[in-house]
Design a protein around this ligand. Structure first.
Ligand SMILES: CC(C)(COP(=O)(O)OP(=O)(O)OC[C@H]1O[C@@H](n2cnc3c(N)ncnc32)[C@H](O)[C@@H]1OP(=O)(O)O)[C@@H](O)C(=O)NCCC(=O)NCCS
Length: 178
């Protein structure tokens, strides 16, 4: 994963470094954030945050548009959250090769449109890299995340089980036609 910096109107996106461990811990130690990802268990300590940062390049894979990005507010430099563009793990026995866009923000940063703005930059980048479609998957009860999908113009595919070995509410956006 190259050290790629992306600027949007209000935000800077860049790869994580070990110095971001405190921020990652601050975000994912909060039950209101952790409950919507993976096993739903808040991150245990700063060392686990460091291990997650070290594992990000492997998780992102080698697609040219892939990455896991630290998001901060340009005007203030304050860290706001994380967005990712990465392979969507297929459920066992499912033969699919999809890319997902995802977002996790610090509660202090919610309600500003930052998640949508950062994710839009990654969607645009994915299409620029030639992808035909991009997915997002959400816990069925995660209304806030589903609202981000809708703001991005994604289509609601309903409850689907093709990814992560669990039933999730999935969304897709197709490459715009010329
Ligand atoms: C999902 C999550 C990122 C959504 O954050 P969010 O701030 O609600 O989403 P957006 O960035 O799209 O912001 C939209 C909100 O900002 C408001 N807003 C304020 N100023 C704005 C501006 N200049 N531009 C756009 N929206 C703005 C919108 O009105 C909207 O508020 P509303 O929901 O009260 O109507 C956040 O809830 C989160 O991190 N949750 C925990 C982790 C999680 O669930 N991740 C997803 C796993 S699938």
């Amino acid at each position: 994963m190259a050290f790629h910096v992306i600027e949007t109107e209000r935000l800077t996106l860049r790869p994580f470094t070990p110095e971001d461990a405190d921020f990652l811990y601050d975000v994912f130690s909060r039950p209101e954030v952790a409950r919507w990802s993976g096993d739903g268990v808040p991150i245990a300590d700063r060392d686990e945050a460091l291990r997650r940062i070290a594992g990000q390049p492997k998780r992102a894979g080698d697609h040219p548009a892939a990455g896991i990005f630290h998001v901060s507010v340009r005007e203030t430099g304050v860290p706001a959250g994380l967005v990712l563009f990465a392979p969507l793990p297929p459920s066992e026995g499912v033969d699919r090769d999809d890319m997902e866009v995802g977002w996790h923000f610090h509660p202090d940063a919610w309600g500003n449109g930052y998640a949508t703005e950062a994710a839009q930059a990654l969607v645009d980048r994915g299409f620029a890299a030639g992808l035909g479609e991009i997915y997002a998957v959400t816990h069925p009860d995660n209304a806030a995340s589903q609202a981000v999908c809708r703001r991005l113009g994604m289509t609601d595919l309903g409850l689907r089980s093709e990814w992560y070995d669990v039933e999730l509410r999935a969304f897709r956006i197709d490459q715009p036609r010329e």
